[in-house]
Ligand binder design. Structure first.
Ligand code: PGA
Length: 259
């Protein structure tokens, strides 16, 4: 089943970067990505102030770019928020929604995340919907209940046609930025569960890309990406080093050929 699905590698810069560092990083990622663009879709989600820089440096290159959050509104008195349409004006095609850091530090509920996913789709962005359990939840045997509920909130709001256009990123909270990735087996188990949940809503959702995120590194990427239901990765820390990020893209390419 994994044979038909294209692999994705998306960088999540989080709140990192400065103009000069970004320029160097983008240049080497763009140079290296050329050789892989046939087999892997590569993207970077950057802090919003850098959208113009990314647009001017990546225009015409085989790379997508996007933002790390969007408002549920198109415009209005929402100080500090950014509308999906604003990101689209800078050529963005991706928007991360529901990252666990936003759920934790900005109290974003699954219903709000679902509304953001729908808003992204309406504006023409592909939402990368992040879901994942905490360590306490995993140890209490609640992983499927938690990630199933987070996914259901989105599936309940979207039509099948809309849901077919989302990307889902499974990111166990305990694996993010900790250096402690889920094992390939742990990740595959959850991905298989999520795939089944998507297909329960509609068979057409079998092709939704399911990315794994949480301490993906060059050393573990290939094994993770070789799993039947893992369609690539959402990469935090390692996306800030071009060599590591490109090595992860190469692992996705190798896995897509092996599949
Ligand atoms: P990490 O972050 O790769 O640094 O663990 C992943 C993410 O939070 O998207």
């Amino acid at each position: 089943m994994s044979k038909q699905r294209v692999k994705w590698v998306v960088g999540n810069w989080k709140m990192h970067g400065r103009l000069a560092d970004n320029a160097a990083l983008l240049q080497s990622v763009a140079e290296g990505a050329g050789a892989m663009a046939d087999a892997v879709r590569i993207g970077v989600c950057v802090p919003t102030p850098y959208l113009a820089q990314v647009q001017s440096q990546l225009a015409g290159k085989p790379l997508a770019w996007g933002v790390q959050d969007i408002s549920t509104y198109t415009h209005g008195a929402y100080t500090g928020d950014v509308a999906a349409e604003m990101a689209v004006e800078f050529g963005a095609t991706l928007a991360i929604v529901g990252h666990s850091e936003r759920r934790a530090y900005h109290a974003e509920s699954s219903e709000l995340v679902a509304a953001k996913a729908r808003r992204a789709l309406e504006a023409g962005l592909t939402p990368i919907v992040c879901i994942g359990e905490t360590l306490d939840e995993r140890e209490a045997g609640k992983t499927e209940a938690v990630v199933g509920g987070q996914l259901d909130a989105v599936l309940n709001l979207l039509s099948v046609q809309e849901a077919a256009r989302i990307i889902v990123a499974y990111e166990p909270v305990w694996a993010i930025g900790t250096g402690r990735s889920a094992t390939a087996r742990q990740a595959q188990e959850v991905h298989a569960f999520l795939r089944a949940r998507l297909m329960q809503k509609d068979a057409a959702l079998a092709s939704v890309a399911l990315l794994y995120g949480g301490s993906v590194k060059p050393e573990n990427a290939q094994e993770l990406f070789a799993q039947a239901d893992i369609d690539g990765g959402l990469i935090g820390g390692a996306s800030l080093k071009s060599q590591d990020f490109l090595a992860i893209c190469a692992a996705a390419k190798a896995a897509s050929h092996a599949g």
